[in-house]
Design a protein around this ligand. Sequence first.
Ligand SMILES: Cc1cc2nc3c(=O)[nH]c(=O)nc-3n(C[C@H](O)[C@H](O)[C@H](O)COP(=O)(O)O)c2cc1C
Length: 355
Amino acid sequence: MSILFSPLTIRSVTFRNRLWVSPMCMYSAVDGVVQEWHHGHLTQFASGGAGLIVAEATAVVPEGRISPRDVGLWNDEQRDAWAPIVRAIHDRGSLAGIQLAHAGRKASTWWPWADARGSVPETDGGWVTTAPSAVAFDGFAEPVALDTAGIDRIVEAFRTATRRALDAGFDVLEIHGAHGYLLHQFLSPLSNLRDDEYGGPLENRARLLLRVLDAVRETAGDTVPVFVRISATDHAEGGFTSEEASQVGAWATEHGADLIDVSSGGLVAHQQISVFPGYQVPLAETVRQGGRIPTSAVGLITASAQAEQVLSDGAADAIFAGREWLRDPHFALRAGHELGAEVPWPPQYDRARWR
Ligand SMILES: Cc1cc2nc3c(=O)[nH]c(=O)nc-3n(C[C@H](O)[C@H](O)[C@H](O)COP(=O)(O)O)c2cc1C
């Protein structure tokens, strides 16, 4: 009996399996509005058996986009463009999540395949970035430190984006607190040098994340699952640690988070990561605290037996994969077949099932 292919229920939502699509930026939006590309990209994973598809980092305000081509959810046009994608995912038997995000000092950058690198100048459609402190990410423009009114506006932007995400039909909300973006910048002492109630001890550095979580949970009500993605270490001296991540995971759970999606890194350019299959699984296990805090594992989990092992070891409750889904959009159909699990194939594909 496969754990990977056993259903999981969180609040009112039952996931058909625990092999999920990790959020992946496509840098293909126009004015924050998703396009036909996103439709084809996201729905193929639903046909491929995914239990959940979390759409890419979606900015709650224009200046929170990683690049000018990122998707957003700060207006109704953006909301309305998401709705048919969510419907198509549902039609294919899967569930749709969205990752709500603000890139902070890592905003206004070129997309990966642009000819330029680093920050986009204002003359080319870029903008001045904001962060907890006026400390630049190596190679990017210096951000402006947020004042408390600016912080309050960001909390409200997460709240209104949540409302729009629910109206578009999303089943799951994920708050992006990882990869060196704004909420992670507040968590880490390497990017947060504030001396007010948002800086210094961990409970202050975690304050913005928890305020955002409160706003999202209040808006989502009791039935909708809310996940929080964190980077459980900065992989850098003096940075955010896995012990702090465990504490933040526990606080987030008390504030209504249902699952901590455990990733790592992205805060500083000088991080020292050693990358190998399942390299972030031990972090998910640490944050999970023996099952007290539900977690997902992500990072170079590319094979069915490997994913199954992570769950049977009790290191996580679900698996997110990114690049393997890009290589094989039918990853879950294949994995189910390999594990001998009963996976519902789309009837249109059934002739490919056995030979
Ligand atoms: C093209 C691409 C875009 C990504 N965009 C995001 C994103 O929007 N939000 C996020 O939290 N992680 C993002 N990631 C990281 C993935 O979600 C995932 O955590 C990472 O790729 C490790 O998992 P993998 O080894 O299965 O790919 C991205 C990764 C890729 C390859």
